[in-house]
Design a protein around this ligand. Structure first.
Ligand code: COI
Length: 354
């Protein structure tokens, strides 16, 4: 085994930690003291460094600013019950980052820079991990194209960085969702499965329009027919229909969510059958009308499990039943939290202990 790479740490002179109210954390508003940065040029990665969080300078002609060659990840580090620190499913996040990079013609980040870099950054800013219920240090690795050029081309230069942010629960309240049948998030063959910036920018207008109509988020449908359900806002979507957990299967238009995968993996031990299958809007509407949909929720790293309280289909409102601690979504949320904090055994080796 090769020894872990040594990453030099240049420490911030005075921590900003005292300025943070850990009981009122707005998602992603505050960043921890340090960040990781490494450059790629002429086919090679340079030496990663951990430095105080701060601004970076970019040329106005950096390719990322014009042609959106940028991808990111969203992961979390947790305070454990025994005082230790765990990072959840770093390998799965690394593999997905590689897939996103490949789709956007960007160079692979070496495993040791990604994993050791993140571990050492989390170690440097351990004091920033909230110990509040549902709290975590959100980790945001990302890569941008920095070559200076206005011609449309694949960049020769990149910056890989990791910034972190202490966070509480993403959504403060249950979601009122509208099924989107006009706009599209992602088409088959496009970039929907990649975590690239453009997917998110393109979702702003339909989401804003839905908000103006009183909804919190949209439920995306397929690009060809608006017939099948794809995702929920920035999360995967899951339903309990006739007592069975159902979620759309992965495709090139759906993100391979780490929380989605974790929930599907835990389903059987929590006593529920899980199906990955195409779900039509019509099927959902029929099942909602008949009271056969007992749960609907979004699943994602930031939100973990976000209960849906209402779904609007072509202008008709379908309220969901109220959930409680025995609902599958709440039981699986607790199980995930217990694994991350070490309250139950990490049988799947999902935790990386820092
Ligand atoms: C995540 O759940 O990590 C996301 O990427 C959602 C959003 C914060 C971009």
């Amino acid at each position: 085994m090769t020894p872990p790479i040594e990453i030099p740490v240049s420490r911030i002179p005075t921590s900003r930690l005292e300025q943070i109210d850990f009981n009122n954390l707005e998602f992603g508003k505050h960043t921890a003291d340090h960040m990781l940065i490494v450059e790629y040029d002429k086919g090679e990665w340079g030496a990663p460094q951990i430095i105080p969080f701060g601004e970076i300078s970019l040329s106005p002609t950096s390719l990322v600013l014009h042609y959106a060659q940028t991808v990111f990840e969203g992961m979390k580090a947790f305070k454990m019950a025994d005082g230790g620190v765990s990072i959840f499913r770093i390998e799965k996040h690394y593999q997905r980052f590689l897939k996103s990079l490949e789709r956007m013609c960007m160079p692979a980040i070496p495993e040791d820079i990604f994993k050791e870099g993140i571990k050492q950054l989390v170690k440097t800013d351990t004091a920033w991990i909230p110990s509040t219920e549902g709290g975590a240090l959100y980790l945001r690795p990302f890569m941008i194209a920095t070559e200076q050029r206005l011609g449309v081309k694949i960049s020769d230069k990149y910056l890989f960085m990791v910034v972190t942010s202490p966070v509480g629960p993403y959504y403060a309240k249950p979601l009122n969702m509208k099924i989107e049948i006009e706009y599209v998030r992602a088409a088959e063959g496009g970039t929907g499965y990649a975590k690239c910036g453009g997917n998110y920018g393109a979702s702003f207008l339909p989401t804003q329009l839905a908000r103006q109509q009183g909804y919190d988020q949209v439920l995306w449908t397929d690009a060809k027919e608006h017939k099948y359900l794809d995702e929920a806002g920035t999360m995967n979507v899951m339903f309990v229909i006739d007592g069975i957990l159902a979620t759309p299967p992965l495709s090139t238009s759906i993100l391979d969510g780490v929380t989605r995968d974790s929930i599907l993996t835990l389903a059987s031990e929590l006593g529920i059958v899980a199906e990955q299958r195409r779900i039509t809007v019509d099927e959902l509407e029929t099942a909602l009308s008949a009271g056969r949909v007992t749960e609907a929720f979004g699943a994602g790293t930031a939100a973990v499990v976000a209960p849906i309280e209402n779904i609007s289909i072509r202008g008709k409102e379908y309220p969901l039943p109220k959930w409680n601690a025995d609902s599958f979504m709440m039981r699986v949320k607790k199980q995930l939290s217990d694994i991350r904090t070490g309250a139950v055994a990490d049988a799947k080796s999902w935790n990386t202990i820092v």
